[in-house]
Write a protein that binds this ligand. Structure first.
Ligand code: SAM
Length: 248
């Protein structure tokens, strides 16, 4: 997969050199490029913002540098102009659709993803209209709160998407039982020692009885989801529940 990230703080994205995403870059599973928006300005001060039309507080990101960098990225896209497939441009925004695991799975299927990190009051709206000629444009929020810029949102999304790409995580089975993979939160996990600070690991986990362990974990998933995220329990497809689940 090719990923392009545009920001006025490319250093913010240095974390994408670390851990599994960094390894995937070095092994060429991910072709991830970070672009400095200011490289696409033409004035001495490398200006990327200006006052808003209509008045109001704050500054707005100017369209010209954004147009230039996005046009360049579209031209370099591995998706051929004739294939009918456009690269996806994710525009982090608190006014976007809320990112979730289903969206991560969908975006992990893409051949080419680009991310446009806004700052200040955001990017001139005409940039999104212009970009829609070459990209499938998706304004996306990582939650109902406001950050100072899109970089932290991109770090979260690239990590969530990247770990779903084959070859990024060593053992793909670890993705199967995770929170949100089946609409439930994950069960609690334990490791050695068996006793720590007077606290025991639940006995069933030492029993070697795989059926009982599976039932214990499933019960914990249901209990935890019901208490922490009742909204997820309400959305659960009843056909995914078995007789024992209904007793829990
Ligand atoms: N004026 C904008 C609004 O109210 O919708 C907020 C702009 S915010 C201060 C600056 C940038 O931070 C946004 O352009 C976006 O890139 C990023 N951002 C802030 N909150 C975000 C969130 N919840 N999810 C994704 N990106 C966010």
């Amino acid at each position: 997969m090719r990923i392009d990230v545009v920001s006025i703080f490319p250093e913010y994205l240095a974390a994408l050199d670390l851990s599994l995403i960094g390894k995937a870059r070095r092994e060429k599973v991910l072709d991830l490029n970070v672009h400095d928006l200011r490289d696409h300005t033409h004035d001495r001060h490398r200006t990327v913002d200006d006052t808003p039309y209509g008045g109001g507080a704050g500054m707005v990101m100017k369209p010209e540098p954004w147009g230039a960098v996005l046009d360049r990225i579209a031209t370099e896209s591995p998706l051929s102009a004739t294939s009918g497939n456009k690269p996806i441009l994710v525009v982090p925004s608190p006014a976007g659709a809320v990112f979730n695991q289903a969206m991560a799975y969908e975006l992990a299927e893409a051949e080419h993803l680009a991310f446009a990190c806004g700052r200040y009051e955001g990017i001139d709206e005409r940039v999104l209209e212009h970009a829609a000629e070459a990209f499938d444009v998706r304004p996306v929020s990582i939650g109902d709160y406001v950050l100072n810029g899109g970089e932290v949102a991109v770090l979260a999304m690239v990590e969530a998407i990247g770990r779903l790409i084959p070859g990024v995580i060593g053992n793909p089975e670890s993705l199967v039982e995770e929170s949100h993979s089946d609409g439930l939160l994950e069960y609690p996990v334990y490791t050695k020692p068996g006793t720590w600070e007077g606290r025991e690991v639940p006995e069933v986990l030492l029993s070697g009885n795989h059926g009982k362990i599976a039932r214990f974990r499933r019960n914990k998933q249901l209990e935890r989801t019901a208490s922490r995220r009742p909204d997820l329990i309400v959305q659960l497809d009843p056909s995914t529940l078995n007789r024992h689940d209904r007793d829990t």
